[in-house]
Design a protein around this ligand. Structure first.
Ligand code: HEM
Length: 194
């Protein structure tokens, strides 16, 4: 996984609990030095182990960790990649651009095999006014992260919407499919996930 993903979590732990906490989490995860370079692809297994150990340290279950992480992630990306947000004037527009955002970050990876591994994970299947369908295909099965980010992006744009996961790797499908709808007109701060 590209180091940006770990970086957001490592930076949070380091700034709130100190460097020793990062070392403790890394030791529990069995990762000697967790990678956080944004142009480097690290072993997915190490990233997962680090997240799991961080959840234990922070006393959060997986869903709660994803909710916290989504908040940290949007705050971090807003600060470091403001352009991605200014290019989209609504949650739907931002989420519709998300696969392309991923491709643009994957472009920093030199190895063509790794690059396509990053680029092929997400695909916009359909979009129309107030509706967006995205498919996500990855052995990492991080649809929980997608759902948490969906809710956090709605909050960012002060809009409301719903997400139904009509296919899911965790239910035996070969991919996850997110069917999202967005309320048009003035937004309220709510999102719901089925
Ligand atoms: C500025 C916004 C964003 C940036 C910079 C960004 C960047 C990244 C990067 C670098 C990765 C690691 C890719 C890899 O190693 O394969 C990633 C993974 C992921 N992102 Fe994003 N992302 C953004 C927005 C979003 C949004 C809005 C969503 C969902 C609504 C999302 C969902 C995911 C998921 C589910 C993964 C895990 C993919 C996997 O390994 O299976 N991202 N993102």
């Amino acid at each position: 996984m590209i180091g940006l993903i770990q970086r957001v979590l490592i930076d949070h732990v380091e700034s709130h609990y100190g460097e020793a906490a990062v070392d403790r989490i890394a030791a529990q995860a069995g990762v000697s030095s967790p990678g956080r370079r944004i142009d480097t692809d690290y072993d997915d297994a190490d990233t997962f182990a680090f997240f799991e150990a961080a959840g234990d340290y922070l006393e959060l279950d997986h869903e709660a960790l994803m909710t916290l992480y989504a908040d940290l992630f949007i705050n971090w990306t807003r600060r470091h990649y403001p352009m991605f947000f200014s290019m989209a004037d609504s949650a739907q527009a931002f989420l519709g651009r998300q696969p392309a955002i991923h491709v643009s970050l994957g472009a920093g990876i030199r190895d063509p095999g790794l690059r396509s591994r990053v680029n092929d994970k997400f695909r916009v299947v359909d979009q129309s006014e107030g509706a967006l369908i995205v498919e996500y295909r990855s052995a990492n099965g991080l649809c929980s992260l997608y759902r948490a980010l969906f809710a956090r992006v709605l909050e960012e744009y002060a809009q409301s919407g719903e997400l139904a996961e009509t296919r899911c790797r965790h239910r035996g499908d070969d991919r996850c499919r997110f069917e999202m709808t967005f309320a048009t007109g003035s937004g309220s701060l709510s999102g719901s996930v089925a």
